[in-house]
Design a protein around this ligand. Sequence first.
Ligand code: ADP
Ligand code: ZN
Length: 434
Amino acid sequence: MYEPDIEMMELSDIRKLQSERFVKMVRYAYDNVPMYKEKFEKAGITPDDIKGLEDAHKMPFTVKDDLRQHYPYGIRAVELDKIVRLHASSGTTGKPTVVTYTEQDMETWNNLMARCYASAGVTKGDIVQNCYGYGLFTGGLGFHYGAERLGATVIPISTGNTKKQLMMMKDMQSTVIACTPSYALYLAEAAEKEGYDPKKDFNIKVGMFGAEPWSEEARKRIEDSLGIKAYDVFGMSELYGPGVAVECQEQAGLHIWSDEFLVETIDPDTGEVLPEGERGELVFTMLTREAMPLLRYRTKDLAIINYDKCKCGRSHPRIMRIRGRSDDMLIIGGVNVFPSQIEHVLMNIEGVGDQYLIIVDRDVLDSLHVQVEVMPEFFNSPEYDPAAFAKKLETEMQAILTVRARVELMVPGALPRSEGKAVRVQDKRKNASK
Ligand code: ADP
Ligand code: ZN
């Protein structure tokens, strides 16, 4: 462990620390961020009403739109001269959301990332090939400085240029790879195409994968093809970036670093706090953020939190696998389905390739059309019967997800590969309504 005293703190002590920090943070945000003062006034409360965690539910939420409205320099509690770094989220629609960091925030973030690496068994002797994109995206620099903080060797190769990635992986004998799970799948496929034998030619032992939802089946495929152990890392730019939560070697959920983050689960429709163990929207409060305090930030990410002590010795609560954001949920003919569930069903079927694209449209009724690549070996084998195989996938989706889908089998290599976050859904209904 990187910070064993904190990581192995008893849950009751974590709660005490959270409570103290929370009360202080509420006061700090109120005094230094005009937006929070306004929000409090609107809700008819003052920081005096917040005496501990038990009062958290009284506070108003913060939402992504609050960040957008504070473009360009974001929600800020400090003057610009105290800011040492700025990042921005992709902002697929409209202006990007900008997040800022003080020196102390950078310290915190780098430490959290170092904890994440250590949690996956990475040590200072490791060579980390960091294929997350460097730039405004928090992935690149987040994974970079965390590895440096730990004392490991970082290869800041960034994303793309897959042939060079593979060459460096072999020549440098990198032991850790950090990238999106979709890029890991692509790297594994490209390695084979380029004539590498990953298990012989590469020395990768650990993968640090995150920034997008991925299924257990995708994990198995990455682990089998690269001969590594794949760890899940969760984060978002609003909460520093990557490093909010990570799997330990038990791989039974992602520990949320709860000395820094207070997490609640709410009903996304009513905003009510849900009892422990129920799936809901994750709401985070940053407990020491200096530049950009966030109180009760609604992430739209849906997950279950587990408060049981983990076998690894850490008592920080765990996020059980993240299903996706409520925005990503597709409603098809009244049935709710997440892209990650479709991935789960498809990748469980032998012969299905690693790439798929979900296309939703509406003529009179909603229609779900899934393009799926076939595994090359299966595609070229005499048993491959396209009509029967497509039918099998359709039947399986109907049985498990209760959605009717039209499956279109694709030649291996036909669908676009992703180097960062994969785009797996085309919802044509959205374009039509704009
Ligand atoms: P953007 O909002 O531009 O996508 P981020 O890169 O900050 O910016 O994305 C954060 C989001 O990515 C999270 O809210 C979550 O939906 C998703 N995400 C990040 N890590 C994971 C993970 N390990 N598993 C599932 N989803 C993840
Ligand atoms: Zn654990």
